[in-house]
Design a protein around this ligand. Structure first.
Ligand code: ZN
Length: 247
């Protein structure tokens, strides 16, 4: 279990002598309307294959909350753009904070509060790639600090195995929702698997994340396949020549 980090309310600032007002001040939330009224917050995980619109939904939820006057943080990990940005396949993009291995997500929120900024909610894109520790930190923010957390990401990697962040989210989240924009395999069945295609063949082994490397000469791409075609490794209709070979 992770150690609880004390709430950095003004009364807890190091070096400040205690006063008789401390106990009364402790009841005043540091920032954020949601924290003033003790309402339960939620940890939600939205998952789906590539191309199903997860990042678009993340930005839509951010927009909806902002419109209601709430303030939040937008985080990402290994965004497809390669930078600290949430980019979507329909052309929208927003600046975001990149989650590194070392980043403690509780401390990140506390730092914003210490500067007098509100953080009512946190949105994490590409959350499947989070470390399990990051997800535990998010759960602390929900339970101990009433911050709403919305995570979006793949559930499985190119080998069809649960990603570490997705696994921990499935274990801890209050709600787990499949993003309901269907992505189809080339055959027309629902696409469920995120295949990594290396030099024209479905890869079965390799690192979870392929980091861009100019010295890397392999042709790597991703393709959503149904379970049957993921397992057989067939990437499309066979050409006439291949059909004659098969016959
Ligand atoms: Zn298929």
């Amino acid at each position: 279990m992770l150690d609880r980090i004390p709430d950095p309310s003004p009364a807890d600032q190091p070096g400040r002598p205690p006063t008789t007002w401390d106990s009364a001040l402790a009841a005043i939330p540091a920032a954020g309307n949601r924290r003033a009224i003790s309402m339960p917050a939620h940890l939600k995980f939205f998952y789906g294959p590539m191309d199903c619109g997860k990042s678009t939904l993340a930005l839509q939820i951010d927009h909806n909350h902002a419109r209601q006057g709430r303030q939040g943080l937008l985080l990402t990990r290994y965004d497809r753009s390669g930078g600290p940005t949430v980019t979507t396949r329909v052309g929208l993009s927003r600046d975001a904070i990149e989650v590194t291995d070392e980043l403690d997500l509780r401390q990140l929120v506390f730092q914003h509060w210490a500067l007098g900024r509100r953080v009512d909610y946190v949105i994490v894109d590409e959350a499947g790639f989070l470390n399990p520790e990051h997800v535990d930190q998010l759960a602390d923010l929900v339970d101990d600090y009433h911050v709403d957390v919305y995570c979006f990401g793949l559930s499985t990697d190119f080998r069809s195995q649960l990603l570490p962040g997705a696994k921990r989210l499935i274990e801890l989240a209050d709600e787990i929702c499949a993003v309901q924009v269907e992505v189809l395999c080339w055959c027309g069945r629902p696409g469920q698997q995120n295949a990594r295609v290396v030099n024209g063949k479905v890869a079965r082994t390799g690192d979870t994340v392929v980091v861009a490397d100019t010295a890397h000469t392999n042709d790597v791409r991703y393709q959503v396949l149904c379970r049957l075609h993921f397992r057989t490794g067939r990437l499309g209709e066979p050409s006439l020549g291949q059909q004659l070979e098969l016959d």
